[in-house]
Ligand binder design. Sequence first.
Ligand code: 5GP
Length: 200
Amino acid sequence: MKQLTEKIKAEGSVLSPTILKVDTFLNHQVDPQLMLEIGKEFASRFAGSGITKILTIESSGIAPAVMAGLQLQVPVVFARKRKSLTLVKDLITASVYSFTKEENNEISVSSKFLSEDDTVLIIDDFLANGQAALGLAEIANKAKAYIAGFGIVIEKGFQDGGRLLREEGYRVESLAIIKSLENSIVTFEHSDEGKAEMIR
Ligand code: 5GP
């Protein structure tokens, strides 16, 4: 998705050979116009898949997921990373190792928001080693919902998550796929998306 790769080139910064910071439009400040375009793109890629619900994880998955939900006209459920006082009964949970925080989180969704009647699109901001995505899939599977696929804003193709999910037979639609962050340069998988020098 050209608009997204241009934004990454213009505003992203490479924190290390494995971490890209995009807090000007996705992870802290949010660019609503770009999120709307992202939502439209997910909606068009999954049009006709019979999606009844979008599942994501707080906090950075929420903005793209809500925009996709708006386009597909379905509700958006986000898994919580911390126990809420109002969220105590009938929880579906999964354990997820956080790539950026280097800690385990128990993520949870109330069972009243997912059921065997649902066809779920799982959306997240980044796909790295796939732990968050697999945790969300575990929750959807425990609810006996059908998983139509994954919509990922930025996949880091040099890490294992994409391969793991695709090997499990899941459809994975990533709007930008990064081949490498070596030497503080972002290289995208598709050659037309080019390279961006981002030494900041
Ligand atoms: P995974 O579970 O696939 O290893 O990592 C995905 C999660 O870690 C995402 O939900 C995202 O919040 C975070 N993450 C992974 N890699 C990056 C990255 O390069 N930059 C940022 N900002 N977040 C990342």
